[in-house]
Design a protein around this ligand. Structure first.
Ligand code: PEP
Ligand code: MN
Length: 336
């Protein structure tokens, strides 16, 4: 971090600032020019509040030159992290597709979809039990019962299961869940993230609807700072001014940009990004080509009657076709 002091800054205030910086365990590299003084802060500046420093009377400008995230930073962990989810690996060259319905609706539904997506090559099963719905009158998910049905589908197919947590009080129900999803709406639920930092299960962290890449990485940092290093990042579309056809705008560039900055695996959710089933295939192909470590795709055995997100759900047949295209593209995927 570089702190540029105002011309003629008061000497007593400068030395107060210097002692404060040193009290945070940082060294100072001071360069005294003719007109201004620059303080270079040396050490781990991730705990320094840049806004607080910038608001001081004697400070002209302050700039971060080191990212505020450490555990998630590729600079301190150059090798790709490989996350193991019940025996299925994602990251560091391991690619996996997670598929299943938006919501678990019944035993027949989840078991039928699980068997179908497995036959097409999906390695993990998704299904929402706790659903974050915009309207309180929409289907809210089967909650604990939904997780039980997911577990049945897991027992039948052997597919590890992924489902969303909305509140830490739900954690006891997640014992048999292989990866816990934090949805877009909870990406900055910092108390939840802190708790998940102490959980011994991989976390699928989705990017918030209006969150920057740095904010996503800071949320991953919350989980990792608690000791849980098994975090997978998921780009699922962001809100932009574009409203033509799509529900959100898929930020495909997030794949290479995140991979430059972090060692964590990055997957793409084309279902929530587009909101339209026919756009899922081209985005699966594009995300795979751009170097994603995996995909999470909504598949339903009867999309027209789905209780949630039917419009964006693929039929098992359409999913099978997508999987064939994805497999064909994989050898040509961008590797950085
Ligand atoms: C979901 O995966 O069903 C979901 C609600 O996703 P998101 O949090 O990305 O909207
Ligand atoms: Mn959904």
């Amino acid at each position: 971090m570089i702190v540029i002091l105002k011309q003629n800054a008061d000497k007593a205030q400068i030395s107060q600032l210097e002692s404060w910086i040193r009290s945070m365990g940082l060294d100072i590299h001071k360069s005294q020019g003719q007109n201004s003084t620059i303080l270079g802060l040396v050490g781990d500046t991730s705990k320094v509040d840049i806004d607080l420093v910038g608001a001081l009377d004697i400070v002209e400008n302050v700039k971060r030159i080191q990212e505020p995230y450490k555990n998630a930073n590729r600079k301190f962990h150059p090798l790709d992290t490989v996350v193991d989810i019940g025996g299925v690996k994602i990251g560091g060259g391991h690619f996996a597709v997670i598929a299943g319905p938006c919501s678990v609706e019944s035993e027949a539904q989840i078991c039928e979809v699980a068997a179908a997506v497995k036959a097409s090559g999906a390695l993990l099963l998704r299904g929402g039990a706790f659903k974050p719905r915009t309207s309180p009158y929409s289907f809210q998910g089967m909650r604990g019962e939904g997780i039980k049905l997911l577990s049945e589908a897991k027992a039948k197919t052997g597919l590890p299961i992924v489902t969303e947590i909305m509140d830490i009080s739900q954690l006891p129900l997640f014992e048999n869940v292989d990866m816990i999803q934090v949805g877009a709406r909870n990406m900055q639920n910092f108390e939840l993230l802190k708790e998940l930092g102490h959980v011994d299960k991989p976390i699928l962290l989705k990017r918030g609807l209006a969150s920057t890449i740095e904010e996503l990485l800071m949320s991953a940092e919350y989980i990792m700072a608690g000791g849980n290093e098994n975090v997978i990042l998921c780009e699922r579309g962001i809100r932009t001014f574009e409203t033509a056809t799509t529900r959100n705008t898929l930020d495909l560039c997030a794949i290479p940009v995140l991979k430059e900055r972090t060692h964590l695996p990055v997957i793409i959710d084309p279902s929530h990004a587009t909101g339209v089933a026919r756009l899922v295939k081209p985005m699966c192909i594009a995300a795979t080509a751009a170097g994603a470590d995996g995909l999470i795709v909504e598949v339903h055995n009867d999309p027209a009657h789905a209780l949630c997100d039917g419009k964006q759900s693929l039929t098992p047949e359409a999913f099978d076709d997508v999987m064939k295209c994805v497999e064909a593209i994989r050898p040509y995927a961008y590797k950085g």
